[in-house]
Every structure is written in structure tokens, then in C-alpha cells.
Design a protein. Structure first.
Length: 145
């Protein structure tokens, strides 16, 4: 691990969770395994859970099975209060993504992991509280193994 004195805190977007559950060999799955192995702290919100469950049909899992798996992997926090959304309102392309930024900031995440190039990864240079990264970038940055 590169010069991080404590365990990295990673807030996960639903896209990474879905990809990790669907493909056991990809970068997203590697991140899920790192959470299971206690190498990183993985956190999601209730809103992220809702997004995962809404899309379980894309990964051939039942909602029940997906909920069981993510509940065993992640620390789950309450969805953020919308009164804090105004901080990020002017920088997002889709207001439906503000909850990710507020949640990552609230849990003092070091990273927000996402596969959403258009709406989340495109904000990398606009957020200073934490790093917005793809699974591949996070793996390269942390370099466990």
C-alpha cells in the first residue's frame, strides 16, 4: 500500500458492486474481495443498496441473494439528508448522483469507487474531499498483493 497510514475507506457506487457480483475475475470483484479480506473498509448507503437491488436482473441474482451478499461485505450507512445536497448541486451532471458525493464526504472516505464515466468519474478534478477512482485506478494506487 502506498503511504497510507491507516486502512483506506472506500465508498462504493452501485456500478462497482454490480460488476463485482457479476464477474468474479474483474477489478470490481477484486475490490469486493479486499473489503471481505479487511484490506480496505467498504461503505455503502441505503440508496446504493436500492440501486443495486433495482438492477439485480442485469447480474442474474435475486434481490434477496444480492442483499445477503452486500450485507455480508459492506458497512451500511443511512442515506444522507437532502439538506446537504446543495454543496454539490452545481457540479454534478445528474442530481441523482449527489447522494454518492455527500455520503463519501460524510463517512470521510478516502476514495469513491465508480464505473460511471459520464456522471461520476468525470468529476475527479472538481472534488477535493476524496479521490474519485475507477476500480482499476484504485487497485493501481493501493497495490496490495
Amino acid at each position: 500500500m502506498k503511504n497510507l497510514e491507516r486502512k483506506p475507506i472506500v465508498f462504493f457506487n452501485a456500478s462497482v458492486i454490480l460488476a463485482g457480483l457479476k464477474s468474479p475475475n474483474g477489478g470490481s470483484a477484486k475490490l469486493l474481495n479486499w473489503v471481505k479480506e479487511n484490506k480496505i473498509i467498504g461503505i455503502i448507503s441505503e440508496t446504493v443498496i436500492e440501486e443495486v437491488l433495482k438492477n439485480t436482473n442485469k447480474i442474474s441474482l435475486t434481490k434477496e441473494k444480492a442483499l445477503k451478499l452486500i450485507s455480508q461485505i459492506f458497512l451500511i450507512v443511512k442515506s444522507p439528508n437532502k439538506k446537504y445536497f446543495s454543496v454539490f448541486k452545481d457540479i454534478v451532471l445528474d442530481e441523482g448522483d449527489i447522494h454518492l458525493l455527500v455520503s463519501a464526504r460524510n463517512v470521510k472516505a478516502h476514495f469513491l469507487a465508480s464505473l460511471d464515466k459520464k456522471h461520476i468519474l468525470s468529476l475527479k478534478n472538481k472534488i477535493k474531499d476524496f479521490k474519485i477512482v475507477s476500480p482499476k485506478e484504485l487497485i493501481e494506487f493501493l497495490r496490495f498483493n
